[in-house]
Design a protein around this ligand. Sequence first.
Ligand code: DX5
Ligand code: ZN
Length: 242
Amino acid sequence: MFEPVRIAPSLLSADFMQLGRDVALIEEAGAGFVHVDVMDGHFVPNLTMGVPVVKQLKRATSLPLDVHLMISNPLEQLPWFLDAGADLVTVHAEALDAEGLARAVAAIHAAGALAAVACKPHTPTGVLAPVIVDLDMVLVMSVEPGFSGQSYIEGTEDKVARVVEMARAVGAAPLVQVDGGISLSTAARVAAAGADVLVCGNAVYAADDPARALADIAAVADEARLAALAAHKEVSSACLLS
Ligand code: DX5
Ligand code: ZN
């Protein structure tokens, strides 16, 4: 069955003086998640928002809060974000060893939230192997984490395809999210490769008409996804017939 690609606008590119307005805007425009970029000035050079903002967002929107933790000590801070109302929490594979990742995923699930693990552009997908069967989502970074408005790293779509294949091989089907430099010109490529959730910062919030930009990106992503599914079906039936 065809599942539309979901758009997760990143509040990092929103107007912090008008957060309520900017969240309402994407909710009305059909966003699937609100993407909240938490940076600690240590795991990444930038410092952004934290627990109090997540708490207030929870009251302001019915969209699921997708909290991307770019922090060095996720195991310590996870309970705070879960208590604040995070619906989906992403921890970075580079911040934890395999045992730590498993503990983080278990803690997120114990709180009733969805669990994801993120990989930076140069992190091999192999780090996902010990936990992939337990994940609700894998986040493939298409820029170095830290700042919005960067350019998409060419070839990330191949990594997306590898993650999809890796999950399928062990009977898992986590959502695959791509984050960084996603716009009207890059969305189709990652959607065709198997991405289910696209994070968009500047491409939505820096647009003249953010709601229109969101809808346009969702439309090109869906079109690419449908075309990829159709091509896959054709190949499968050709194999069956031959
Ligand atoms: C980067 C963040 C991204 C970023 C996306 O570290 O994780 O979510 O804000 O912004 P754009 O879409 O502008 O690259
Ligand atoms: Zn992010």
